[in-house]
Ligand binder design. Structure first.
Ligand code: RB5
Length: 173
């Protein structure tokens, strides 16, 4: 009996090591950006850690030019493997990276500019990825977006069928 219990616990631990080899003990916030967003990403990663969140930084980590679809794809892969996690994506305007992120059927990415849009993206759209434009948004507004995004629940109700239609739409393609 003891042996079986140990084996079960071991299986649970192995199940929490995701495809990136990261030990996932709780809900993580995955972050990624292109070169236009890496400085804001570092600030937000620190902000998240200070609030007690566990952070997975998927790059990029320098100002060397990279392509935003590649970093949107990394978040898509992460959320597909860890569906209860949430993501934050940053590029210069937030536009390119949000378009790219929404190509993945598991992602509901919302480009937000203030706390209200971030709250609504959760309440009405059950967004699981917050997109920000580092060249357009100030640090304080970006932090406000993050706080509202992570502390607001999906309202469900009349919004449920609408959000489900987003997945149907992709399936029909
Ligand atoms: C990169 O210069 C820039 O085009 C990108 O960060 C983003 O704004 C695209 O939508």
């Amino acid at each position: 009996m003891f042996f079986v219990a140990c084996l079960l616990n071991l299986c649970k631990i192995i199940a929490k090591i995701n495809r990136y080899g990261v030990f996932v003990s709780e809900k993580k916030i995955a972050l990624a950006s292109d070169h236009g967003g890496f400085e804001l990403k570092a600030i937000l990663a620190e902000h998240l850690r200070a609030m007690g969140f566990s952070v997975a930084d998927l790059g990029t980590n320098s100002g060397e030019s990279v392509d935003y679809p590649d970093y949107a794809a990394k978040i898509g892969e992460w959320i597909s493997g860890n569906p209860t996690d949430m993501g934050i994506l940053i590029c210069g305007s937030g536009i390119g990276i949000s378009i790219a992120a929404n190509r993945n059927s598991q992602i509901r990415a919302a480009l937000c500019h203030d706390g209200l849009s971030a709250s609504l993206s959760r309440q009405h759209n059950n967004a699981n990825v917050l997109c920000l434009g580092a060249r357009l948004i100030g640090v304080d507004s970006a932090k406000d977006c993050v706080n509202k995004f992570l502390n607001t629940e999906f309202e469900g109700g009349r919004h449920t069928a609408r959000v489900e239609k987003l997945s149907d739409f992709i399936k029909k393609e």
